[in-house]
Design a protein around this ligand. Sequence first.
Ligand SMILES: Cc1ncc(COP(=O)(O)O)c(C=O)c1O
Length: 382
Amino acid sequence: MSAVRVLVNPRAAARAQPYPVALALDAEGFAVAAREISAWPGYAPTPLLELPALATALGLAELRYKDERGRFGLKSFKALGGAYAVRRVLSRQPRPVQDVTVTCATDGNHGRSVAWGAQLFGCRCVIFIHETVSEGRAAAIRRYGAEVRRVKGNYDDAVRHAADAAAKNGWHVVSDTSYEGYRDVPRDVMHGYGVMAGEILAQWPADRVPTHVFVQAGVGALAAALCASFWLHWRERRPRCVVVEPSRADCFYRSIEAGRPVAVHGDLDTVMAGLACGEVSALAWEVLATGADAVVAIDDAYALEAVRVLAAPRAGDPVVVAGETGGAGLAALLALQARPELRAQLALGGDSAVLLLGSEGDTDPEIYRRIVGRSADEVLAA
Ligand SMILES: Cc1ncc(COP(=O)(O)O)c(C=O)c1O
């Protein structure tokens, strides 16, 4: 049987507690990123889709899905972070851009964003991927002119390879993960993600707020950026922040349990490729240690079910093309559907208005076809 675990954060901030001013993510950083990114060619807000029939089936009042498939042609929200951080790195550089090389590790989407940013702004780019990153995702990165190097081990090993190569060659690491002594770039990445939160704030009906946001976490940069944005804007009315992880890469679950960052080792094998991370980002942890209200860890079967449910909607709901990682929030709701005792722990019920982050579309079209049995085009045409 597929498993789901829920952990309510014992250190979650009280509703009335203001956003801690000492945190690295701030309103100014979000505003600067929004001004810059919204001026890029091809910028348009992605849709916030309503799924009323699915909401009813799940016993919820409202369900809305922020669909990032159309983001700058890259098919994921990651387009906002990596490329923006490349821009910021270049703006801090005295050297001509064509002499600068940026690098990072990726499980697919972040590297695609960095490669796209490098191409857009004219610098060189080398991307490190680990053993199980699909060839489709590697090819998508090469299409933006980057060199792709595949290394042994898991995502965290690729992170170390990128750092070593950068130190040796004088390259710039544009990582979405922050660690001791490395904060500025991941901070830029997270402020870039805030663009999505800004759009949601404008798109959510003005007289209401969501009660819950279910947001998937790899290193936690996405979850922290949204958590901080909503805390800054909606303050004590902010939604409960529920972090979703794969059972086999549950570093936030374990960290929230322990009250400090705890790493998960091993191959971190999960179909939710974007979430196969064993170590939390230090900056993300600073926000989520008290900003996350709960963590849900789910087995892969729910992620696959979520992709299929979104591809074959109930009458009245739109068709949604989501990748295995993009559907993780819905996967958690599906996992909780028949577990009233776990729903109660999250205060999830008939009056809940839930926001899901559709963080990616069919970022690997072949994998998508294998899961759904049809291509994205066929699904959308049905
Ligand atoms: C599609 C998608 N969603 C969510 C995430 C998780 O983001 P983060 O690593 O910032 O937690 C990723 C990370 O690669 C991703 O690719």
